[in-house]
Write a protein that binds this ligand. Structure first.
Ligand SMILES: [Zn+2]
Length: 131
């Protein structure tokens, strides 16, 4: 199924590069895959400055993080002509999503610490059952 991606074009606006993978069912070139992973991981990382307390759907967040790391691993195993920088970034995403996955398994600790004052009326994120 994924082999068809090789003939596809990156979904990002005005990119036109050859898609190397897909994320969230959109074909992406390596560069845009990396950019999207970084943007999304930053948004869900409680330690990040870009983290904001939007209501998030924990299961779908986990699914995205899993997809990120899965695809990053696939790319690094399947692509032979990656530069060291690209490999480094893929590894970075792998490690980062691994960390986040662990953090999100214990949401009460992490998210409680980063909750701003006056947010106590919010329902706990840990309420949803684990899959
Ligand atoms: Zn692109």
């Amino acid at each position: 199924m994924d082999t068809k991606l090789l003939e596809r074009i990156c979904n990002e606006n005005a990119c036109g590069g050859a898609a190397i993978t897909s994320l969230d069912q959109q074909a992406l070139c390596l560069n845009h895959f990396l950019l999207r992973c970084y943007a999304k991981l930053e948004a869900v990382d409680p330690r990040s400055q870009k983290f904001h307390e939007d209501p998030v759907d924990l299961p779908s967040m986990r699914a995205f993080i899993e997809e990120c790391s899965q695809k990053a691993l696939e790319i690094s195993l399947q692509s032979e002509n990656l530069s060291n920088l690209e490999r480094g970034r893929l590894l970075d995403i792998l490690l980062w999503s691994g960390e986040l996955f662990v953090l999100l398994r214990a949401p009460r600790i992490t998210f409680a610490d980063s909750t701003p004052l006056g947010e106590s009326s919010k329902p706990a994120r840990a309420a949803s059952p684990r899959t």
